[in-house]
Design a protein around this ligand. Structure first.
Ligand code: NAP
Length: 234
């Protein structure tokens, strides 16, 4: 009997970079859980990629909702029996209109709830399965906007949330190193999506750097920050 393919979970995957990451991981032979907070959008997105429903499976997933996250992790365990890769992609609030000196702190809190706590919550929920994987990987989709060395004002909610996600990446990488879980942050570059707007590069290119980190060999890096497979400064 053929071995079961590895299983990846991608959050916020009904559109944009996450959707393309699902396509590319499925093309690499993984079974991919397409997480979407709206189940209908998720089903439609999965059907676009895999009409037969063999390689891509839509699951309802709101990263801000404990019950939704727990239910997804239970379904992955019961229906697929394993989780090998987690791509924390879901994010909101690229607040180009705001400044730190006057930012609406409720808006900042909302960004942290999705972009930091959402990723953290999903990682915690899937860790029992990831720890049992022979090649576990966590990819936190971050942004150059979260790099402290280049931070000089603007997009305060988004930038603080991505800098925090980078810190979480370092913490998880350090704590999970003994379990062989490689944890990295990846900036996809400026990508033409609903969030990125027009003018950015194609989603195919932005997603490729995320997929690179999801499929790292066992001697690959952990606790790093990358764009297109090249290390970035924090
Ligand atoms: P996007 O087109 O706005 O898509 C965001 C996705 O996240 C959507 O599927 C959205 O679902 C989902 N999402 C939002 N809140 C969620 C929640 N609470 N639970 C589950 N899913 C949720 O964004 P994108 O450009 O593809 O960005 C993907 C990632 O790349 C993000 O982490 C972003 O910060 C990062 N990034 C993007 C760029 C860029 O230029 N585009 C640059 C640097 C970094 P709904 O459809 O339900 O809203």
């Amino acid at each position: 009997m053929a071995a079961e393919p590895p299983v990846a979970v991608v959050t916020g995957a009904n559109r944009g970079i996450g959707h393309e990451v699902v396509r590319q991981l499925a093309d690499h032979g993984l079974t991919v859980v397409l997480g979407s907070r709206d189940p209908d959008k998720g089903r439609r997105a999965a059907a676009r990629l895999d009409p037969g429903g063999h390689r891509v499976r839509a699951m309802q997933l709101d990263v801000c909702d404990d019950r939704s996250v727990t239910a997804m992790a239970d379904r992955v365990r019961d229906e697929l029996g394993r989780a090998d890769v987690l791509v924390n992609n879901a994010a909101i609030l690229y607040d180009t209109w705001a400044r730190a000196r006057s930012a609406d702190l409720d808006e900042v809190r909302r960004a942290l709830e999705t972009n930091l706590f959402g990723a953290w919550r999903v990682a915690q929920a899937l860790l029992p399965l990831l720890r049992r994987s022979p090649h576990p990987r966590i990819v936190n989709v971050s942004s150059g906007a979260g790099a402290l060395h280049a931070m000089g004002g603007g997009t305060p909610a988004y930038s603080v949330s991505k800098a925090s996600l980078n810190a979480l990446t370092r913490l998880l990488a350090g704590e999970l190193r003994p379990d062989g879980v490689l944890v990295n942050a990846v900036c996809p570059g400026w990508v033409a999506t609903d969030m990125g707007g027009g003018g950015g590069r194609p989603v195919r290119e932005g997603a490729a750097g995320v997929v690179w980190a999801a499929l790292l060999p066992d001697d690959g890096p952990t606790g790093g920050f990358f764009r297109d497979g090249t290390a970035l400064s924090w």
